[in-house]
Design a binder for this molecule. Structure first.
Ligand SMILES: Nc1ncnc2c1ncn2[C@@H]1O[C@H](COP(=O)(O)OP(=O)(O)OP(=O)(O)O)[C@@H](O)[C@H]1O
Length: 641
């Protein structure tokens, strides 16, 4: 419901003062019209000249032309003529991730240049040449139209602020007595003596919503859904693991009560490991369903056939969306009717995968329409409707959604797809946002928080020197764990072959070229320090927590800010320091630096690699290049039918 409650984000007007607002809007409209008229008059000589030119051209062509619908003013030949066309190109650029323009910016421009709402309901400039006094919009040429004040639901506009620093804003474990002493003991046993800020904020809030049992939160209300946006490596996993495990400890019968959905197998495996640590020596059981094992094996970890039906074997299920739907469809006895927590980690990415319809399938399974026929269902569940006396007299198990990400979308429309109930946002990164950033879901306009210990660098280079620059960087830094990102699996593979042929560094690749088993083994070796350089696609960009990654290199510059945030977030985790280097071609430099500056990336330093330093590497590099060529040819030959 709260999603539909509209609040002015940071506008100067008091809510409710409608007549005053109307008056102001009218005055603004008049001012705009007046300005438009002045400009129109100034432009008249130019337009006449342009019209004469186009008339002459028309005569030369002697072809009848269909009148074109114009969004802006100005004759076709004038510099102001094609705003519609220009906007389309911008849109295409942003979708294609053009290096000329930061994604999202084009969208913002389009919005800025687009017609604002007209309180009087009068349409913008007509195509049939309106008189000067009737020109409302589109007569502004290249000047920017005033920005439309965006509206945000109040829960998004006013988040609960979470401290940013995981080294300073720590809260000692004993300061949150709501966490069970046994859990505190376990945390200490795993080297955790204080909560990170996001944990200190989210853990008590979640525990409070389960303090009265599973059915109702404080005051007898249905618990609110939580959205958490905090930097990479700030401990979001424990922020949901601790309260979920503690809440489930009191359960009598094993049923699937917590479901965690993540975008990749590796990430799901990592989160299930954390659950295993904190459910160890408790009756709670955790099942991992990602497709790494056969369907039958996974089914055996979920349900057991008994004489009178099925017995559930998992309290917590950690899953990837595709495999989860497979089990909903194909595993007899797999029931989500007792589901109490639905954790959506990397929520922005999971929203992007909503086309797979995994969420409606989960909700359908949690609130089955034929539940009333099942004699074993103690608490019948129905999809919550508007509360009535009858509906609240019979409390039913609520399904609480918990969303986590370092780059949680701020787009209310996208979040609305999740059907959140009175959502409550915890956020670190939104305190310094401009009102204009509110429509920031074009992936670059929003400002995300970065870990304090992370330093950002860029290396200007050319296509020819790029491979040499990365080899130099890795040899120069000589770190034991370096994660290098490319934009495609082909690029990862070729760079891997090149580095291997060059020698001097133990390298491996990680992409969809490798099978799940190989990927698992590579990650393990990287964790163990057996691999010095891991060359990867964005498959490892999110969530992967490998201790001791000191350097992240973007061999290919990321096209979107969100991608940058997650990639560089593989280092400087949990209060440690780390470095991020991005190799930039000349054509990428301007756009990339602008994107990061707008995102508020602190101090991006330029790191020049002088050609004298690269020169000694050239002979070895050329030898490696010819080896690479041979290897690629051989691979092609093997692939050929
Ligand atoms: N209170 C704490 N004290 C010390 N270390 C912690 C604490 N909480 C979490 N950690 C450690 O911090 C690291 C990062 O945690 P986690 O993976 O949960 O980060 P995250 O916020 O989910 O990051 P990402 O957004 O990249 O997924 C982990 O190695 C975890 O063990």
């Amino acid at each position: 419901m709260a999603l539909f409650h509209v609040a002015r984000y940071s506008g100067p007007e008091a809510p409710g003062a409608e007549s005053e607002a109307d008056g102001r809007a009218r005055a603004l409209l008049e001012r705009l019209q007046c300005r438009a008229r002045e400009r129109q008059q100034q432009k008249q000589p130019q337009q006449q000249a342009a019209a004469r030119t186009s008339e002459a051209a028309g005569r030369r062509r002697r072809r009848p032309r269909r009148p074109r619908r114009r969004e802006g003013s100005g004759a076709p030949g004038s510099p102001h003529a094609p705003p519609g066309k220009r906007r389309k190109v911008d849109g295409e650029d942003s979708r294609a991730g053009s290096s000329e323009e930061a994604p999202g910016e084009s969208g913002a421009d389009a919005e800025g240049a687009g017609p604002p709402e007209h309180p009087g309901g009068r349409p913008p400039g007509e195509a049939s040449g309106p008189p000067a006094h009737a020109l409302l919009l589109g007569g502004f040429g290249r000047s920017r139209a005033p920005k439309v004040q965006p509206f945000l639901p109040s829960w998004l506009a006013e988040p609960s602020c979470v401290g940013k620093s995981v080294t300073e804003d720590l809260v000692p474990i004993e300061h949150i007595p709501a966490v069970h002493p046994d859990m505190q003991k376990k945390l200490r046993a795993h080297g955790i003596s204080s909560y990170f800020p996001v944990q200190a904020a989210v853990v008590p809030a979640l525990l409070e919503s389960t303090a009265n049992g599973f059915l109702v939160a404080r005051g007898g209300y249905r618990p609110r859904d939580l959205c958490v946006s905090a930097p990479t490596g700030s401990g979001k996993t424990l922020a949901f693991v601790i309260p979920v495990v503690q809440a489930l400890l009191g359960r009598a019968v094993c049923q699937v009560r917590a479901l965690v959905v993540l975008p990749t197998k590796e990430l799901a495996q990592q989160v299930s490991k954390v659950f295993n640590i904190y459910t160890d020596a408790t009756p709670l059981r955790v099942a991992l369903i990602t497709g790494q094992k056969s369907l039958v094996k996974e089914q055996e970890s979920l349900v057991q056939k008994t004489a009178d039906g099925f017995r559930c074997l998992a309290d917590v299920v950690v899953a990837t969306p595709g495999r989860l739907v497979d089990h909903i469809d194909q595993t007899p006895g797999f029931s989500l009717q007792h589901l109490r927590f639905l954790v959506i980690d990397e929520a922005d990415r999971m929203i992007d995968s909503m086309h797979q319809s995994w969420l409606p399938r989960v909700v359908e399974a949690a609130f089955p329409s034929d539940g009333a026929k099942d004699p074993f269902v103690l608490l019948q569940r129905r999809q919550p409707q508007a509360p009535t006396a009858a509906s609240i007299s019979c409390p039913q198990m609520p399904l609480q959604k918990l969303l986590f990400s370092a780059t949680l979308t701020q787009n209310p429309e996208k979040l609305q797809q999740l059907g959140l109930h009175q959502p409550w946002l915890f956020s670190t990164g939104l305190t310094h946002r401009d009102p204009g950033d509110s429509d920031a879901d074009r992936d670059s306009g929003g400002k995300y928080a970065f870990p304090a210990g992370l330093s950002h660098h860029y290396v200007p280079c050319s296509l020819r020197t790029k491979p040499l620059a990365i080899l130099h960087l890795i040899l120069e830094k000589n770190f034991s764990r370096v994660l290098c990102f490319t934009n495609s699996r082909e690029n990862s593979h070729r760079l891997f072959l090149l580095v291997q042929a060059f020698g001097g560094v133990t390298a491996a690749e990680f992409s969809s070229r490798c099978g799940p088993g190989q990927r698992k083994a590579v990650l393990k070796q990287f964790e163990q320090g057996k691999i010095q350089l891991l060359i990867s696609t964005d498959a490892t960009a999110r969530g992967i927590d490998v201790q001791g990654v000191q350097l992240v290199v973007n061999y290919d510059a990321p096209q979107y800010l969100r991608t940058y945030v997650h990639r560089v977030g593989r280092t400087a985790r949990a209060g440690r320091t780390g470095q991020a280097f991005t190799l930039l071609l000349k054509v990428q430099e301007k756009r990339f630096l602008r994107m990061l500056a707008e995102a508020g990336v602190p101090d991006m330093t330029r790191h020049d690699v002088p050609s004298e330093l690269l020169q000694p590497l050239v002979p070895r590099y050329e030898e490696a290049l010819s080896q690479l060529e041979r290897a690629v040819k051989e691979e092609r030959r093997q692939k050929a039918p």
